[in-house]
Design a binder for this molecule. Structure first.
Ligand SMILES: Cc1cc2nc3c(=O)[nH]c(=O)nc-3n(C[C@H](O)[C@H](O)[C@H](O)COP(=O)(O)OP(=O)(O)OC[C@H]3O[C@@H](n4cnc5c(N)ncnc54)[C@H](O)[C@@H]3O)c2cc1C
Ligand code: SF4
Length: 327
């Protein structure tokens, strides 16, 4: 790991000023469970000059319900989200997404903001440069993607962004999209549909380098709504998703009045399934309709040589997650 200067910020304003005052790249740190791995393996083209610890800032760790919905402070841990009775009762899809993330230890460390900002897990990208030399793929400023001609069994089934086929690995991102959340930062309020951007070089979001998430707001459930989350991974105990899915559905008088469905692990950005959502509106959510929605979700899939199996997984998980919404 290259040397960097570590700062304990005492306020959000101080953290922003430390980011702006850095001569080289600077990063904020929540739990550090992703950031430390990136530093250790020297992932970035330019090593950071400053790391600014946010955990020393009071007031970012609250989870509360207000008139406009659930407010989750940036530093709230995944364990706190997963174990909150309030979240489990009213936003079960989000509680389940947090519960299925990583391991108990990582959930105790990992923050909700860090989870939606984490970097991709492509094994070429993450390859530690101290073992056998640095792999400079497109995402690291190189000329080619190693995964396209190489081992891409866990990569995108919906094509590339800027020649990169790495997928977004977050478990809570699809839940926030299904629940139509808003990300509040030191500069903006960002609708979650606009938050993720694999176009932005190495990072996975549209955040400016001096922009810090302060909280995420999830609207109150509408009449008769419910939400669910499912994840398919090789290991149950600790593993990134091969495919995951979150859905939120409102049912009035037996008919679906609104629906939001999101897949992740299938493309560079979390992928909202709008064609599937449209299919459901005005109809009774039956097993048959849920399966139709699953087919619509993968109608535009373009799997690569080694990852066709993920298309079937994505189709099935959409249908199963929708049926979970009725439980
Ligand atoms: C072994 C292992 C298994 C894992 N398994 C999973 C899994 O199954 N599912 C999953 O979703 N994730 C998984 N993760 C990824 C991730 O570490 C955690 O999900 C965690 O939530 C990240 O949060 P953090 O607070 O530790 O982030 P950090 O490491 O502190 O930060 C991650 C990124 O977010 C940025 N950031 C942090 N806070 C803010 C903020 N307030 N504003 C702006 N930017 C911010 C940082 O600058 C950094 O770029 C795993 C990680 C490991 C090491
Ligand atoms: S998929 Fe993206 S991160 Fe992985 S090797 Fe290709 S360009 Fe790099």
């Amino acid at each position: 790991m290259k040397r960097f200067n570590h700062f304990d910020a005492t306020s959000v304003e101080e953290a922003v000023s430390l980011l702006n005052g850095s001569e080289g790249p600077a990063y904020v740190m929540g739990g550090g469970s992703d950031l430390m791995g990136c530093l250790k393996d020297n992932l970035w083209m330019e090593a950071p000059e400053r790391i600014i610890n946010l955990k020393t800032i009071p007031g970012l760790k609250e989870i509360r319900v207000e008139d406009d919905g659930l407010h989750i402070g940036a530093l709230v841990t995944l364990t706190e989200v997963a174990e909150s009775d309030m979240v489990k009762e009213q936003w079960p899809g989000l509680a389940e997404a947090a519960r299925r993330t990583a391991s108990p230890l990582l959930r105790n460390m990992g923050t909700i903001a860090g989870n939606i900002c984490q970097e991709n897990r492509c094994w070429y990208y993450r390859y530690p440069d101290k073992i056998g030399g640095r792999i400079d793929c497109v995402r690291k400023g190189g000329k080619r993607c190693l995964a396209v001609p190489g081992d891409h069994r866990f990569h995108s089934i919906f094509g590339a962004v800027n020649k990169c086929i790495a997928v977004n690995p977050s478990d809570t991102a699809p839940a926030f999209i299904a629940l139509n959340a808003t990300v509040k930062t030191t500069k903006h309020e960002i609708a979650i549909d606009d938050f993720f951007s694999a176009e932005m070089g190495a990072q996975s979001t549209i955040l400016d380098r001096d922009e810090i998430i302060t909280e995420i707001v999830v609207p109150l459930p509408e009449a008769g709504p419910t939400s669910a989350f499912r994840k398919i991974a090789y290991r149950k105990s600790i593993d990134f998703a091969l495919v995951n899915c979150a859905a939120s559905v409102s049912v009035v008088d037996g008919k679906v009045t609104s629906a939001r469905i999101c897949l992740n692990g299938v493309h560079n950005n979390p992928r909202r399934c709008e064609a599937s959502e449209e299919l459901l509106i005005g109809k009774e959510l039956t097993e048959e309709l849920a399966q139709e929605a699953g087919k619509a979700a993968v109608a535009e899939a373009k799997p690569l040589l080694q990852n066709g199996f993920k298309v079937q997984m994505a189709q099935t998980i959409v249908g199963d997650t929708l049926m979970d919404c009725l439980k």
